[in-house]
Design a protein around this ligand. Structure first.
Ligand code: 9MG
Length: 276
């Protein structure tokens, strides 16, 4: 199944790697080292050379406990980076934002995907996304980044997440977003205890049957720290295991920090599939 991202076609029946380019001073796990335009472009270029099909550029941290960022600050962080990557790197740029003005500006500058961890719930977000004509990734989050990990509860996490995502799909489609421009994401770590994350991981096939390509992000996340007892800088093997499971379960886009290693892991899954 082909999907078009700012003129670039990708086969969503395959698993693609999305590299994370944080442009936040307090970024989740790179400590804000890529906080200048040049370094962000360099990082994006390396990720693409390593096999990433997407680079995801975000200016607002969504890690647990993160504070919101003012709209102008987010625009100032993200736009110069998107503009510079679009000019010099041959890739699909995903913009990680929930802010309508950032969606519009990013699309004008060459972004090919809107990745919204709030599933276009902010006022004006559905309209902005629709106007750009870009594909959108709708992610499930319970609560808000500041408080979401404070004892999240579900009746049945897989059903609850699927129901939420389908409600958002219906809302977006009613507003004019076309069905062939939607990706879904269960939102690992976003208002979920370890047991919830594991139940969702085990049940990714049940989300597949909703009929939309899936995007997932587990790279270096706390869930992997809980399982392995490792600090964030030592979670590469666990991140690769999680990415491999996702690829085996048919996830279309896997969002990661460590592109080169993940691309190799995904190649093994793809090679096995090609044998039939
Ligand atoms: C921005 N961001 C951080 N984690 C993420 C995840 O798991 N999925 C998506 N779509 N975006 C994420």
């Amino acid at each position: 199944m082909l999907m078009t991202f700012a003129g670039r076609e990708l086969d969503m029946a395959r698993s693609h790697v999305m590299g994370i380019v944080n442009v936040t001073p307090d970024s989740f796990s790179d400590g804000g080292r890529y906080n200048t335009v040049d370094m962000a472009v360099q990082r994006a270029r390396q990720m693409v050379a390593d096999g990433a099909a997407f680079v995801d550029v975000g200016g607002e941290s969504t890690r647990p406990g993160a504070e919101p960022v003012a709209e102008q600050e987010e625009l100032d962080r993200v736009c110069p980076v998107i503009e510079a990557i679009a000019r010099s790197v041959d890739t699909v740029i995903s913009v990680d934002t929930s802010t309508p003005s950032v969606m519009r500006e990013a699309a004008n500058l060459g972004a090919g995907l809107i990745n919204d961890v709030r599933a276009l719930e902010r006022p004006g977000a559905v309209e902005a996304a629709m106007e750009t004509g870009l594909p959108v990734c709708l992610m499930h989050m319970k609560g808000a980044p500041g408080t979401m990990q404070a004892d999240p509860e579900y009746r049945h996490v897989v059903r609850d997440v699927a129901t939420y995502l389908m409600d958002r799909v219906r809302h977006c489609e009613a507003a004019g977003v076309s069905a062939d421009k939607v990706l879904l994401d269960p939102g690992f770590g976003f208002g979920k205890a370890l047991e919830h994350n594991l139940q969702l991981l085990a049940a990714l096939e049940q989300l597949q049957v909703l009929g939309y390509p899936l995007l997932v992000g587990m790279s270096r996340k706390t869930m992997l720290g809980h399982i392995t007892g490792r600090d964030v800088g030592e979670r590469l093997p666990a991140s690769l295991a999680a990415a491999t499971i996702a690829a085996l379960k048919g996830v279309s886009v896997i969002r990661v920090h460590d592109v080169r290693e993940t691309v190799d892991a995904v190649k093994v899954v793809e090679a096995m599939r090609a044998q039939g």
